[in-house]
Design a protein around this ligand. Sequence first.
Ligand code: GAP
Length: 543
Amino acid sequence: MPATSLDTIVSLCKRRGFVFPSSSVYGGLGSTWDYGPLGVELKNNVKRAWWRSVVHERDDMEGLDAAILMNRLVWKYSGHEATFSDPMTDCRACKTRPRADHVFAAQKGRDPKGLPEINAAIEAKELVCPKCGSKDLTPARPFNLMFRTSVGPVDSGDDSGLVYMRPETAQGIFVNFGNVLDTMRRKLPFGIAQVGKAFRNEITPGNFTFRTREFEQMEIEYFVRPGEDEAAHESWIAERTNWYLKLGMRKENLRVREQEKHELAHYAKRCVDLEYRFPMGWSELEGIANRTDFDLKAHSRSPENPDAVGELKYFDQEQKKHLVPYVIEPSAGADRATLAFLCDAYEDALVKEPPVEETAKLRDLVESFAKSVGRREGLAVEVKQRLVSTAEVIAAGLPGTLPQLIGLMEDSDAAAIEVMKKVRGVGEKIAEEHTRTVLHLHPRLAPLTVAVFPLKRNDPRLVEMARGLKRDLQRSGVRAVYDDTGAIGKLYRRQDEIGTPWCVTVDFQSLEDQTVTVRDRDNMQQERLKATELASTIGGRLA
Ligand code: GAP
């Protein structure tokens, strides 16, 4: 049973060292997250898999790592200073500042066509404050999302040292177009790829690492001759979709959505979103836009841009003339992709049935939980309905629904109901003994590839051989750890929960014939392999 709520993923991430709330010793900073020991391995693997696929495995791509801080003029001429904003309205009654386009969409059932339509609805008192219900809303105003800072030791207060924290990595690529073209002697079509941090002062960050103010992008700008842009766009849509699928993402959880005209960014002729079915619903994973020649022209010297030092153009040998290439931009989020792979890989599975009496006791408690939800004051009606129907389904289906119960026990709304403490008291123990949580991550993405255990930690011969195997694996480039802190069954469960594809056990037979047991995370089957062939066999499975 896959994760049905983001709370389940958040809980696993905190418990097992994938992601922690940032600055938690000072109470945290809203919507900022730190990747822990396993999270950094996973996210690095996602970025590595992306780089390998879009740079190393192709002949038409180059890489780049541009600075985060750029000349302010980049953002003036890219259009971000003027247009990179969200429309905000102020509620005069409760003094909150909601996003006006979200209020419009939630209350009218469709996206607005622009600021004038939102403001007409506010003026006609058709929209209400989502917090207090008042119709006393101010006209919506654009709120720029770029973080500002200043360079130099003195802040003169006049914006002379103003710079922005880049809100997209793309501009670093555009302004380096000429440098890459000249130094690498590229011919069209070719692309430039970059992975790096981006910053946006998002009004409504949330959903864990899905929308944050500091995040990482994996962006490609692919330059083509005008007229060849539409075919290139189609080919990148297919290429990027396949990348997620090849790394194990389930087809039914990935879809392609055409952006409507009014959704398009100021630079885009067409944009297609790859969306993932997150626990909170279908949401954007990656945007693939046709940015035309907008950016290269915007950063070229012209009557509209007297500040640029030259022109970003290409000399076409075949046509013997200069042209400004069109650009296809597949723009993915490293954090979003990591979150999507985690959600997709997550499974709680029943591995054996608990005794009938234990199941009956748990069923009674879950039923009593469902009844007390109705009596609880201060919970929204939809939350109550969701909790009651989930609990009823679980109670009726136990023990088969134990995996769903794990989700309910981690649900932050359910925690507000007193009886949940008793449900957890009994349920967690039963779940611990009869279910397993598995992350079915693609082996290339898993934070650890192999965990090596000695059958007995107090036998120095087993320990020495296991430690040696771990070192050999690591030397051959396979990420491996040694662990002897529990019984083998418990160690398997721990590794399943963090997605380690293979566990290797060194036992007494290993000392005699130099073979080891290799246990597969997904089907739990075991095979015996020669210790000397382990690294090459695992390496082969990763290739
Ligand atoms: N250069 C184009 C561009 O930046 P975008 O759709 O705004 O386009 C591209 O962003 C990708 O960056 C998104 O599909 C998403 O994966 C990621 N992204 C954007 N804003 C984000 C945020 N606040 N938090 C996490 N990821 C974000």
